[in-house]
Design a protein around this ligand. Structure first.
Ligand code: ADP
Ligand code: MG
Length: 345
């Protein structure tokens, strides 16, 4: 494949792959063959379900190398995929990375990218088993494939929500969007005035270093308590729609119940923004959205508390004809507009 993959600049394909292998490949009993052959070979637990997901990130569309460092790009890319596996209730296990590298980058940039990728993955127990490397004439392209496993019949799907179920979310919402806004220059200057350094750090960290809720997803799947689940990657107002569409239902979100971090609330105050707007619109929090039957709520809350998982009821599932609405503190309901991130727009 030398002709197609010959990279310009200082990068040479095979030394780069060898270097990545040396630095980032770790053996595991389940890996029969990792990097170095025509394809990787793994042995999965017998009868387990295999969960597969892939994501393509393009420079200028998903990330901007003028503002984000390579390690953060890698970290966020891996987290987005880990979050997809988490939302299926599965254990992520293996990682494949395909790259198209522009001539402007150096081998050390790619090493930094992998450092971010592997930092996100190692905490989740994921091993690098292969990839592909090519030159690019139009910016950096990064494609990530994750392989996970789940006990048979215990994956979580978007399609299982039923009328009367309650709607829950893990963690807090809106932090990543607030962090992104803080990283933009004008916001930075304005907010130095009253937002504490600790709150700033928290929000920026939630944007650059989000955490996929892998343990929470596995618990929800194992416990059998969740009727449906997905991750909040683009923003609640849009993502909830996907869950409802797949389940053939509507939903009502009570805005007063949305979990907001102290930092996000402080950010809202300083900038005169309703943090609820951030919570509904903000992508990149990588929390899990799930539904459960009302009679299962005590067990859900008890088990979450025992394991130290934060989970909050934010609304309920309604008939499809009601659509997707928000109930405000004064009791009035309104249709929920999509304010979250959309491609091709
Ligand atoms: P092929 O020509 O069959 O595509 P390559 O020479 O591209 O094979 O790849 C050789 C080995 O290096 C394979 O095991 C492949 O998975 C691995 N590899 C290639 N590029 C990467 C990468 N960017 N990250 C990790 N592994 C890689
Ligand atoms: Mg190849």
């Amino acid at each position: 494949m030398g002709r197609r993959t010959a990279t310009s600049s200082s990068i040479r394909e095979f030394p780069l792959i060898r270097q990545l292998q040396r630095r980032f490949e770790r053996g595991h009993p389940s890996i029969v063959k990792g990097i170095g052959d025509d394809a990787a070979v793994v042995a999965l637990p017998p009868k387990s379900w295999t969960i597969l997901t892939t994501d393509l990130l393009a420079e200028g569309v998903h990330f901007d190398l003028r503002t984000a460092d390579m390690a953060s790009v890698g970290f966020r890319a891996a987290m987005a995929n880990l979050s997809d596996v988490a939302a299926m209730g599965a254990q992520p296990r293996f990682l494949l990375v395909a790259l198209a590298i522009p001539g402007t980058l150096r081998a050390s940039d790619i090493t930094h990218l992998y450092r971010g990728l592997m930092q996100a993955c190692s905490g989740a127990g994921v091993h690098l088993i292969g990839g592909d490397t090519s030159a690019s004439r139009h910016g950096l392209f990064l494609s990530i494939t994750l392989v996970g496993t789940a006990p048979p019949k215990h994956a979580l799907f978007r399609h299982g929500a039923r009328i009367g179920d309650r709607l829950y979310v893990t963690g807090t919402l809106g932090d990543s969007l607030a962090g992104l806004q803080l990283l933009s220059h004008t916001e930075q200057r304005a907010s130095r005035r009253r937002l504490s350094a600790a709150h700033r750090r928290f929000l920026v960290d939630r944007h650059l270093r989000p955490t996929a809720r892998v343990a929470e997803g596995r618990w929800l799947a194992r416990s059998g308590l969740a009727t449906a689940a997905m991750d909040v990657s683009d923003g609640l107002s849009g993502d909830l729609r996907h869950l409802c569409e797949e389940s053939g239902v509507g939903a009502c979100v009570e805005t007063a119940l949305l979990p907001l971090s102290p930092a996000c609330q402080a950010y809202g105050l300083v900038h005169d923004i309703d943090p609820v707007t951030l919570a509904l619109a903000g992508g990149g929090d990588y929390e899990l959205l799930c539904t459960a039957r009302p009679q299962d709520e005590p067990a859900l809350m008890r088990q979450a508390a025992r394991q130290g998982f934060q989970i909050t009821r934010i609304g309920e599932i309604c008939p499809r004809r009601v659509g997707i609405t928000t109930r405000l503190t004064d009791g009035r309901t309104h249709p929920l507009p999509v304010t979250s991130y959309r491609h091709f727009e």
